[in-house]
Design a protein around this ligand. Sequence first.
Ligand code: NAD
Length: 441
Amino acid sequence: MNTPIRLPEGKLGVLTVGLGAVATTLIAGVFAIRKGMEKPIGSWSQLGTIRLGKRTENRNPLVKDFVPLNDLDKIVFGAWDIFNENAYESALHAGVLKRHKHLDPLRKELEAVKPMKAVFSSSYVKKLNGTHVKTGGTKYDQAMELMDDIRSFRETSGCDRCVMIWCASTEVYLEPSDVHQSLDKFEQAMKENDPSIAPSMIYAWAALKSGVPFANGAPNLTCDIPALEELALVMNVPIAGKDFKTGQTLMKTIIAPGLKARALGVRGWFSTNILGNRDGEVLDDPDSFKTKEVSKLSVLDNILEPDKHPVLYKDLYHKVRINYYPPHGDNKESWDNIDITGWMGYQMQIKINFLCRDSILAAPVVLDLALFLDLAQRAGMSGIQEWLSFYFKSPHAAKGLPPQHDIFKQLMKLENTLRHLQGEDLITHLGLDYYQEFIEA
Ligand SMILES: NC(=O)c1ccc[n+]([C@@H]2O[C@H](COP(=O)([O-])OP(=O)(O)OC[C@H]3O[C@@H](n4cnc5c(N)ncnc54)[C@H](O)[C@@H]3O)[C@@H](O)[C@H]2O)c1
């Protein structure tokens, strides 16, 4: 099937909830790329290529030349935050990018990105208290204010389409409850200020109601509930989530499929992180950490499937720790100790010490998600976009469908979705036909 995709005419508005380390690193990066100061390293949509047809055809265009993505020159940024700092001030505060090399040359553009007042309650993010917040009214009224914000952003920035991405702090752990089960119940609960409706859900509802695709970069429940999945379908809007896949989990989903592919056993996987940014401070609260822990823990079970491979993974002990350590700032350090088992039960160990920069890994993920969600909407795709699992620690999948964590399968799904959208043959990597042709010849 060849789905007609509307071309990306005009400007795309990228609205981030939260104007902290990740969001400002994204925004400064896009400005720097536009000025020719930097290249979009880490962005598959910008630097990746995609093979089309047979290997012998030698057709490998850049992804951005293959599907009609919005041009980076035609993006405008908007944001909400609980602190009234513009993107320049906030980026200085986050300390990810070098002031003289990257922030001062972009100062004017960054200062122009000013946050709108946030929907926030410290009941959901206990370590923060901001003043730049919407007050009064019910949760439903606040959602209406967000819709007004989106409308006026569209007018003032002159953008034609928008996407919204949650780049705000991790909220406390919430289980899906009765009010999340249908749109009617959800909207009633917003009017009654039900505590099961977290701020992130209010943003997501406002986005979908405004016809704006929504992605969730944190592990909060947010869109992962029947009510918002229903709204996405009713409004014909794509959604994706959750929790950007960067750092340690990125490594895990690269290494675990490799070990499994060679039928090597894993007895234990101990993962610890130290980080000192605001995200780390928020995650120091046990309730926010619980949300993150659930997201990080699901990965190995899904990839290794101990129930199907009891000899190799039945007794797997998996532990994840995050410790707030201010001296490291955004330069997160993670340690993994992996106890693996080989032939005749002999034990081996792998140690990984990843000295990463959290927001440097996350920014291109946000960019790709913004561009692909916009593409999905122009292609008429709505509801859960499982093909974007590649970018998430805890991929949002349809109810009853196990999510796909293996990064190589995720990449294949992403590539095949783009081929499908453009009416190209899907690639299975079978390759027998090359040899059949040879034998027949
Ligand atoms: N950096 C990574 O590699 C990575 C990976 C996966 C997930 N994440 C998630 O992305 C999110 C952002 O990370 P960060 O490092 O930029 O954190 P950060 O603390 O620097 O930025 C988050 C911003 O969100 C604001 N905020 C909090 N609640 C808000 C609300 N209700 N409305 C509007 N703004 C609100 C905060 O004031 C802060 O400025 C976090 O939830 C983090 O867990 C980051």
